[in-house]
Write a protein that binds this ligand. Structure first.
Ligand SMILES: [Zn+2]
Ligand SMILES: [Zn+2]
Length: 283
């Protein structure tokens, strides 16, 4: 499989309706903050008045204190392709290991955008974001990811697609953090969110399997919902990437359906070690 190149954005801009909707929502949040001063979603500290400026900065300033933000935004020194700690380059040791584990000659995504490693406070936040009451945290993580990777706004995306959860698992859990993150990213980027994929079958949880068996567990488990691909260039979103097997299976389904380029984004990237940083270890 030849790795496709991204296409330049032909100067597209968000619709007037989208801009007005965004402005109205932000104005209503600002009004509510006059009555109820916002507190940091991580540590609970009351936040100072948000400074004027770009909407992403203001949005974050109303939800997280600067100390917690520093704690969470820790993706420096990661490979932009496999998301693992690396001094950089297009073909790092992590990329080679990942391709080997997935039995692929080329990773099916163009780039992998990651906020940080699946550890410490970011791990705690992700676990909270996986619960129905944690959707505000999932949104916060999405916005931190976006600020960390400003280049996402420069890619001409046609759609943001969450990695779907099987409906039975979604029903049991009450939410899908990947969908919440994708929705927020799409909103902020001015790109449609499309639930373009569905799970063909309920597979055993990846966490229940050794790393070597995970690619086989999810391979071929996704299919396109509907007949049309969600666009030429798509951002595929999950909450956590561990072995990369789920991303690989979902990205392959999109490419086979006619998508030209798949970018991937995950809030946290677990190292390729056993259970120590298992993303599904919900209590
Ligand atoms: Zn804080
Ligand atoms: Zn790499």
């Amino acid at each position: 499989m030849t790795k496709p190149e991204g296409r330049p954005c032909p100067g597209s801009s968000p619709s007037i309706l989208a801009v007005c909707g965004k402005w109205a929502k932000e104005a209503s949040v600002a009004a509510s903050h006059l009555l109820f001063p916002p507190a940091c979603l991580v540590c609970g500290l009351e936040l100072p008045a948000a400074p004027p400026g770009a909407s992403l900065e203001r949005w974050l300033a109303e939800r997280i204190c600067s100390a917690c933000e520093l704690d969470l935004a820790i993706s420096g020194g990661r490979c932009s392709h496999c998301g693992l700690p690396s001094p950089g380059g297009s073909d790092c040791v992590g990329c080679r290991q990942l391709r080997g584990r997935l039995h692929l000659s080329v990773l099916p995504w163009q780039q992998l955008f990651v906020l940080g490693g699946y550890a410490d406070r970011l791990r705690d936040m992700v676990l909270q974001a996986k619960r129905p009451a944690g959707e505000d945290r999932a949104e916060l993580l999405a916005m931190l990811l976006l600020r960390q990777h400003g280049q996402l706004a420069e890619i001409c995306l046609d759609a943001v697609v969450p990695v779907p959860m099987h409906w039975r698992r979604r029903l049991a859990r009450g939410t899908n953090a990947a969908s919440v993150i994708a929705k927020r990213l799409a909103w902020q980027l001015g790109v449609p969110q499309k639930n373009a994929l569905q799970r063909k079958r309920l597979t055993p949880l990846q966490r229940s399997l050794p790393a070597a068996e995970r690619p086989g567990n999810v391979a071929g488990s996704f299919r396109l919902r509907g007949r049309q691909p969600p666009g030429r260039q798509v951002l595929l979103v999950d909450d956590v990437a561990t072995t990369g097997a789920t991303f690989a299976a979902a990205a392959t389904a999109l490419l086979e359906a006619g998508v030209s380029v798949v970018y991937a984004a995950a809030v946290a990237r677990a190292d390729m070690t056993p259970a120590a940083n298992n993303p599904d270890s919900l209590p």
